[in-house]
Design a binder for this molecule. Structure first.
Ligand SMILES: Cc1ncc(COP(=O)(O)O)c(C=O)c1O
Length: 374
């Protein structure tokens, strides 16, 4: 059996042809494909404005510069890739780590307790962990009641829908971001997007993406004005061509992820392997996470990882608690009371989940997992 990773891209001949066509066109970097991809994403997720960008981390960086001020307190989750809370630090604001709920997402009830205690909190950064949007009704309620900014890190959740609310529509948030890294739902190699319904936010982001520069029709042909300290976070036409082609295939990708999730759900029914949540049509399943109580077994998680690796299966842990990372400890974090996150860290791991995972490979993963756990 060839190595089975936890996630990987699916590239067809059509994807390749589209990229090659762009390579031979007049534009390699910013050209017509950038706007075309932005329009296609905006149509897909329903946000008024979408800006594509060099990667998801850059998306979080610019979003944070627009949403936050120095020293702002921001509630966020320890269960994410580092980029989510790093972006709060980029804006010289202060992340506050809140424990997770049973589904791996930030616990919004705990967020409300914090908001009641501390009226100086300015924002919440939520992550749709594994592809599962947080409760949108509660998020909207917190946003309005406490007059705070909301950022949805939907790097895991392209294509997810919560009670009719599409991921990236920004129905309950100021900004949503996506990542198009190859393990995600669709890829542009490196790449990301920022969605918003605010024209003001969009215009600031546009400037920051390209050196803080603005050009208006009344200027002389050679003129441009630098209005802010921006960056080069542009994405190329070549990458956007791939993104456009991949976006057309998104429904097929999600359907396949659903099929894989249902097969895992069934295989783990009434066993020691507990899915973090079972299929209900809401999650777009970037990850399929399971929980095993190792205290009742003869092996620990490290042995499980190593034994499965010997069998050519690459399970993964998403994530180590961010607040316990050495850099965060050096800033005074690390002693938060986050019992659910600690339990999650001990017991959970992600199984292979990607459209090209064959039924035969998935059967092999399930069989091998039970063999090792026994
Ligand atoms: C939740 C989350 N946010 C942000 C990012 C950053 O995205 P990128 O790798 O495109 O910079 C990732 C990437 O893994 C992620 O998983």
């Amino acid at each position: 059996m060839n190595f089975i990773p936890y996630g990987k891209q699916s590239i067809t001949q059509e994807d390749i042809d589209t990229v090659v066509e762009t390579l031979t066109s007049s534009y390699l970097t910013t050209g017509p494909k950038v706007k075309e991809f932005e329009n296609a994403l905006s149509n897909y997720c329903g946000a008024k404005y979408v800006l594509v960008i060099s990667n998801g981390t850059a998306a979080l960086h610019l979003a944070s510069l627009v949403l936050l001020n120095k020293e702002d307190k921001v509630l966020t989750t320890p269960n994410s890739f580092l980029a989510t809370s790093n972006a709060i630090l980029y804006a010289q604001a202060k992340p506050i780590f809140i424990d997770i709920a049973k589904d791996g997402n930030i616990d919004l009830d705990l967020c409300e307790e914090e908001l009641k205690k501390d009226s100086s909190i300015k924002a919440i950064y939520v992550v749709a962990f594994s592809g599962n949007l947080v409760n949108q009704t509660k998020l909207n309620y917190l946003r309005k009641t406490y007059n705070i900014k909301i950022l949805e890190d939907n790097a895991h959740a392209v294509g997810a829908v919560y009670d009719g609310i599409k991921s990236g529509s920004c129905t309950s948030s100021d900004i949503s971001i996506f990542s198009f890294h190859p393990v995600k739902h669709l890829t542009t190699a490196e790449g990301g997007a920022i969605a918003t319904n605010s024209k003001e936010i969009y215009e600031k982001l546009l400037m920051l993406r390209s050196h803080g520069i603005m050009k208006t029709p009344d200027m002389k042909p050679w003129e441009y004005e630098m209005k802010d300290l921006g960056f080069n976070y542009r994405i190329s036409d070549i990458q956007c061509a791939l993104g456009i082609s991949q976006l057309k295939r998104l429904p097929e990708f999600i359907d396949r992820r659903f099929e894989i999730a249902k097969i895992y759900d069934k295989a783990f029914e009434n066993t020691i392997v507990k899915p973090l949540y079972t299929f209900d049509g809401k999650s777009s399943y970037h990850l399929y996470v399971v929980q095993v109580d190792f205290s009742k077994l003869n092996i620990n998680k490290e042995i499980l990882f190593n034994k499965l690796k010997e069998k050519n299966i690459g399970i993964q842990l998403h994530y180590m608690p961010i607040n316990r990372q050495p850099y965060y400890k050096s800033l005074g974090y690390g002693n938060e009371n986050i019992p659910n996150m600690d339990k999650y860290y001990k017991e959970c791991f992600s199984l292979p989940m990607y459209p090209l995972l064959s039924n035969e490979e998935q059967e092999y993963v399930i069989k091998s997992l039970f063999e090792v756990l026994r």
